[in-house]
Design a protein around this ligand. Structure first.
Ligand SMILES: Nc1ncnc2c1ncn2[C@@H]1O[C@H](COP(=O)(O)OP(=O)(O)OP(=O)(O)O)[C@@H](O)[C@H]1O
Ligand SMILES: O=P(O)(O)OC[C@H]1O[C@H](OP(=O)(O)OP(=O)(O)O)[C@H](O)[C@@H]1O
Length: 207
């Protein structure tokens, strides 16, 4: 049996991702210990798990440093890396929405859009033939229209609490998002047996 390496995003998706590994029978106790470790060898299952920032998961999978990864669809849409996206894991549900101040519409000739997802925003507005200036943000995106930095935002909405508490409203929903299982294209060929076993086991738990 070959060792399978899997990258898991730290942060919001980590708990569910580890939960899914446990559901398919993998003992993840060492992953849940309070430590600063980033690499975990689960030798009893020929599995190596690495924990990294969500935006870095596709890079590790693309380069074949790991065989598979669990990451949000938002990150995949933004990066458009050549990976196999094999399963919707159905957790981490949220959506990409366009929001702005109440009363402000999308009708302006030229819109300034603040976002952590410039490629997604560019593509979305290009498909509608709308001229936009993208203002890239690293966080607290909701601030931009409030402070006058942008007209609107394209951001993740989950409960809608952040928008509400900042006086913003949804103007348009762009896409439904959730966690996805992604594979390195070469690994899928060279470690097909081991990877298929994991995919099948996950598939049974997810659906
Ligand atoms: N309310 C939400 N806000 C942001 N991401 C969410 C939300 N709900 C689910 N997600 C999913 O969780 C992933 C982000 O989780 P994480 O906690 O790592 O946030 P991050 O903002 O990307 O990380 P960081 O805070 O380190 O920059 C997203 O890629 C998305 O798929
Ligand atoms: O609809 P809600 O449930 O309120 O969730 C959405 C908010 O959560 C995320 O921000 P995050 O907490 O990652 O902080 P950030 O502003 O630093 O990106 C996202 O960017 C929204 O601001």
């Amino acid at each position: 049996m070959e060792t399978i390496k899997i990258a898991i995003a730290k942060g919001r998706l980590a708990k569910h991702s580890i939960g899914l590994l446990e559901e398919i029978g993998i003992d993840c106790r060492i992953l849940k210990e309070d430590s600063r470790k980033l690499v975990f060898h689960l030798s009893s299952h020929q599995l190596e798990v690495i924990l990294l920032k969500a935006v870095d998961v596709p890079t590790y999978v693309e380069h074949g440093v790991v065989d598979m990864g669990i990451v949000g669809k938002d990150v995949l849409m933004e990066q458009e890396k050549p990976l196999y996206e094999v399963m919707d894991l159905k957790f981490g549900g949220c959506r990409f929405s366009i929001a702005g101040r109440l009363g402000d519409g999308l009708g302006k000739k030229h819109l300034r859009v603040a976002t952590k997802y410039p490629n997604v925003a560019r593509k979305h507005f290009a498909s509608k033939g709308q001229s936009v200036e993208i203002i890239r943000q690293e966080g607290s995106v909701e601030l931009a229209p409030i402070m006058g930095l942008s007209d609107i935002i394209l951001d993740i909405v989950e409960t809608g609490k952040t928008l509400k508490e900042n006086g913003l409203v949804i103007l348009e929903d762009v896409a439904h998002l959730s966690a996805r299982l992604v594979l390195n294209k070469v690994s899928y060929k060279t470690k097909k047996k081991e990877i298929s076993t994991i995919i099948e086991a996950m598939g049974e738990k997810v659906n």
